[in-house]
Design a protein around this ligand. Structure first.
Ligand SMILES: Cc1cc2nc3c(=O)[nH]c(=O)nc-3n(C[C@H](O)[C@H](O)[C@H](O)COP(=O)(O)OP(=O)(O)OC[C@H]3O[C@@H](n4cnc5c(N)ncnc54)[C@H](O)[C@@H]3O)c2cc1C
Length: 529
């Protein structure tokens, strides 16, 4: 019988999953809550651009069109590119728009059995052999619901949307006492550029946060309101936000996106030789970090505005906690259109916000929380079973346990104990698009019988090993499951599982020093059944 596979979400991860499943002869159903494909790129602040060079944010087999010449295209161009990919590979006819998956429930496998199995899904195969199926409850735009029975579910629901992260306040100190309006950056993005511009025009705006959305919204406020109505940014953690992809004449890719740069860090499961090499080379990581910091200190007036971070550039890079500054950002600070207020704490009052150590409030009409999303809770909410809710995203002290999707998931996509399910797009990488695509390829190969998973015990050990390394390099931010320190290593493991060579370049030195990007994975010779 044809296997019933569903993909939840039609952002880059869901589209890549759909494409690679089709390549392997499956006919997946993609449920997408929104009315178009593209995920986060459907709704971003009008000024949002790609934060990296376009050739590092592309599907391996679908180069950007020649008409796009900008190194960092804007949000419309990124969305057009993603939607052209969907059209080029005829993916849209598999997507059911306006159908939101409200819940998934595993039927036919006892919870005790799941907790005690030695092999994934009982057999180590993708579909198991014990008759378990997923009941996928889909909610339609008209409010009706339907339950679909699936043999395998792939969650591609994204981490940076849906469920906002809003800080909590003690009673009487939160948004409830403020006379103005309080929204999240997600609401701002969703309202569209015209309505968003009307909302902020002529208003006193406070933005909480200092990463991508916060910076973009602040730039839009500065453009519209100028120094007459300055926008205030309240910054709890100062960030190494960058102003260029070329550092002292060296392209960023040569510092961070090649095999040599990954030798500076220990990798999960590495052998003795690599471990010794990483220990020996690790001082170089410190030197490169200082090299970048010196450039940023010289070219961005962070010191003048009290915005020098307390952590190293490498720490920021390895946890993915940095952004590209909008054009002329500090020019607007200089003009007084943006006021920066570093502060560890603040509370609301009727007029606005009072930051720790000050007595006078910052007056406001509108406060925008650009404080991120609760991706792990969104993942938990998909499950009916409290056991699976607890299992899937781990506890607050662990990362999400995935194998090869081992972002506490084995291979960063498979939870060792949750059968017939994978998650794509949960780990963060410097190359999110190709990492999602490689995970999708790996998964399609696995579903097609290309290889078997190791025992559950072995995958759990692997998850622990990855978690140890994420904690080592991302510090307190390890739950972001960022694999920047070893993303090439991760792609190597996927290649090996799929039976193709991880070395994608010709020649020892090219492989060591030339940056690795999506184009290197365009032609993989994958294992067939
Ligand atoms: C403002 C912004 C800028 C960014 N810029 C960059 C960048 O420059 N470079 C970079 O590498 N990364 C960037 N990112 C990270 C970005 O999230 C990833 O690059 C990538 O787009 C994530 O794709 P995804 O498919 O995994 O998730 P998403 O894009 O979030 O897609 C998830 C999809 O699933 C759907 N969905 C969710 N829940 C359900 C459900 N229950 N039922 C049905 N459908 C559902 C959603 O509607 C959505 O379409 C940015 C993120 C944001 C928010």
């Amino acid at each position: 019988m044809e296997k019933r596979i569903c993909v939840v979400g039609a952002g880059i991860s869901g589209l890549a999953a759909c494409k690679h499943l089709l390549d392997r002869g499956f006919r997946p159903t993609v449920f997408e809550a929104a009315d178009s494909a593209g995920g986060v790129w459907v709704h971003t602040p009008a000024s949002t651009r790609l934060q990296m060079a376009r050739w590092d944010y592309q599907f391996s087999d679908f180069p950007w069109p020649e008409t796009v010449t900008e190194v960092m295209p804007d949000n419309r161009q990124v969305l057009d590119y993603i939607q052209s990919y969907a059209r080029r590979f005829d993916l849209l006819r598999h997507v059911r728009f306006g159908e939101k998956v409200a819940a998934v429930e595993l039927v036919g496998v006892g919870e005790e059995e799941m907790e005690t199995r030695d092999l994934w899904a009982g057999t180590g195969d993708a579909f198991g052999g014990r008759g378990g199926v997923w009941h996928v409850t889909v909610q339609h735009d008209d409010g009706t619901q339907k339950v679909h029975v699936m043999d395998f579910v792939i969650l591609c629901i994204g981490r940076f949307s849906g469920l906002p992260n809003i800080p909590t306040f003690s009673l009487g100190k939160g948004p409830e006492v403020f006379k103005g309006k309080v929204i999240h950056s997600m609401d701002y993005s969703n309202m569209g550029s015209t309505a968003a511009a009307e909302l902020i025009k002529g208003k006193k705006v406070i933005i909480i946060g200092f990463l991508k959305s916060a910076l973009d919204i602040a730039a839009e406020c500065a453009n519209l309101n100028g120094p007459k109505n300055p926008c205030t940014m309240i910054v709890r953690t100062k960030r190494w936000n960058i102003n260029s992809l070329v550092i002292w004449g060296v392209p960023f890719q040569y510092l961070f996106f090649n095999r040599f740069s990954q030798l500076l860090f220990h990798k999960p499961g590495e052998g003795l030789l690599l471990s010794l090499l990483s220990t020996f080379l690790s001082p170089l990581a410190w030197i490169i970090s200082k090299f970048v910091e010196s450039y940023l200190k010289r070219t961005v007036p962070m010191k003048k505005y009290g915005m020098l971070p307390e952590h190293s550039f490498f720490q920021a890079m390895l946890s993915g906690l940095l952004s590209l500054l909008p054009d002329n950002f500090y020019g607007e600070v200089e003009k007084g259109s943006i006021v920066l207020k570093p502060s560890k704490a603040f509370e609301f009052c009727s007029r606005g916000v009072v930051v720790a150590g000050e007595t006078e409030p910052v007056d406001a009409d509108l406060v925008i929380f650009a404080t991120g999303f609760r991706g792990d809770q969104k993942l938990r909410n998909m499950f009916v079973s409290p056991l699976l809710q607890g299992m899937v995203a781990g506890s607050d002290e662990t990362t999400v346990p995935l194998y090869r999707i081992y972002v506490a998931l084995s291979r960063e996509c498979i939870h060792p104990r949750i059968p017939q399910m994978a998650i794509i797009g949960f780990s963060l990488s410097v190359m999110n698009m190709v990492t999602s695509e490689m995970s999708a390829r790996w998964l399609a190969c696995f579903l097609d019988g290309g290889f078997q998973l190791p025992s559950v015990g072995c995958m759990e050990k692997n998850v622990e090993e990855w978690e140890k390394h994420k904690k080592r390099y991302s510090g307190k931010a390890y739950r972001r499951s960022c694999i920047n320190a070893f993303y090439i290593w991760y792609h190597d493991l996927l290649c090996r599982d799929m039976g193709c060579s991880p070395k994608r370049k010709k020649g020892f030195f090219a492989d060591l020093f030339i940056p690795y990007g999506p184009a290197d994975y365009a032609q993989l010779e994958l294992k067939k059944k």
